[in-house]
Design a binder for this molecule. Structure first.
Ligand code: CA
Length: 395
């Protein structure tokens, strides 16, 4: 129990304690931890200058033992009434602050780990052939994205322009994307790096990954369809990727761990499931305030530990602040699909919003918000907050 006056069903109780960066007025940004509708000023509450910084990178680089010690100290400060008088002055109402990008992003990798998403996209992009490519169930497919355009939740998204060519057109045209989409994803933030040449094994996942956030991988389907063969995603993805402001520490997700789906092949040893790092996260996607999908992360074929092991098996090193995302989270049911491309089946089955308008893809002015919750300690639920963004016209 906590001495804080929190509702019993809060998503941000002491079982969660996600980290972020915030600024009050014109003050310099600093690190905080969210508790209920407040943020705790960590530099002040812990008397530690590593938190008087505009990113979490310094703290993340200190490693797993230190993350665990700080979390234990925060739990003590927020549960033992003896600390109340000392801690309470450092709780700042969320309404008084603006959240920032919580970490300086190193490299950014995006995976494609949902079988349901990959199969749906395969059916639409490559009709008549197998929905999954022959490699799909042997390795987690991914690509290196553009870390410089990872933006914090709330950043407006300018509709990208580029080349697009419909199959029945003889040549491409240039202009604003007509098939602007979202991808509801989960992101994993690397805390401690690794040495060039040394793979990171499945068992070392929790030593390197600091925490988890929500990601919206904005995607232009018309740009993507024309450019992606033979080298994969490029300008259809690189214009913006939004992340949520709160990084839920891996330790808070112990209660959310589940076994991944059954495997169809024996996996090579470096990917063989040795531990349960599937995660029971329940996502919600809202378009202009209305829920359009409820994707379950537990249905993902590849776990984040497998993604990390694969990403480094060639000896590629990690750096503090590296971000890798899961790929679109889609479940087996139609209402569990994490992209408009799937929800509207490539424009063939537009869906209707409560205001009577219909959508296949995003219109200017549309706002998309992704949220998620997970089972927390003591029967609680913990929240990830939200990642949101509104579409501005092309310019
Ligand atoms: Ca993606």
């Amino acid at each position: 129990m906590t001495w804080l006056d929190l509702p019993a069903d809060t998503l941000f109780g002491v079982a969660n304690l996600p980290y972020g960066v915030y600024a009050r007025g014109d003050d310099a940004p600093r690190c905080g931890v969210r508790v209920g509708d407040h943020v705790l000023d960590l530099a002040a509450a812990l008397d530690d200058e590593v938190f008087a910084a505009p990113t979490l990178n310094g703290f993340m680089a200190q490693g797993r033992a230190r993350w665990s010690a700080v979390r234990a100290r925060l739990t003590d400060l927020l549960t033992d009434p003896a600390h109340r008088a000392a801690v309470e002055p450092h709780l700042v109402p969320l309404a008084d602050v603006a959240t920032r990008l919580p970490f300086e992003v190193g490299d950014y990798v995006d995976f494609y780990a949902s079988e349901h998403h990959a199969a749906n996209i395969g059916r639409m992009f490559r009709p008549g052939s197998d929905p999954l490519t022959p490699n799909w169930k042997h390795l987690p497919i991914g690509y290196h994205g553009r870390s410089g355009t990872v933006v914090p939740s709330g950043t407006p998204i300018v509709r990208p322009q580029g080349q697009r060519k419909a199959p029945d057109q003889p040549s491409p045209t240039f202009g604003p994307s007509r098939r602007l989409d979202i991808e509801a994803e989960v992101g994993f933030v690397v805390g401690t790096g690794s040495r060039l040449g040394d793979p990171v094994s499945l068992d070392d996942f929790a030593d390197h990954v600091f925490g988890v956030c929500l990601v919206n991988d904005w995607s232009s389907r018309d740009l993507q369809a024309w450019e992606y063969v033979p080298l994969g995603p490029f300008l259809g993805k690189s214009f913006a990727t939004s992340v949520s402001p709160w990084i839920v520490p891996l330790e808070a997700l112990e209660t959310a761990r589940v076994a991944p789906p059954p495997r169809d092949h024996t996996l090579l040893p470096y990917l063989a499931d040795t531990d349960k790092w599937g995660l029971d996260l329940a996502l919600e996607v809202r378009l202009n305030g209305h829920v359009v999908a409820r994707p379950p992360f537990s249905a993902m074929y590849w776990t984040p530990a497998q993604m990390l092991a694969h990403m480094t098996v060639n000896g590629a090193s990690l750096r503090t602040g590296d971000l890798y995302a899961s790929g679109t989270v889609s479940g087996p049911e139609p209402e569990q699909r994490g992209s408009l491309m799937e929800l509207g089946w490539g424009g063939k089955e537009p869906f209707t919003l409560p205001d009577g308008s219909s959508r296949s893809f995003l219109e200017d002015g549309d706002e998309v918000t992704i949220t998620a919750t997970a089972p927390g300690a003591g029967g609680s639920r913990i929240g990830f907050g939200e990642v949101t963004g509104r579409i501005l016209p092309a310019r």
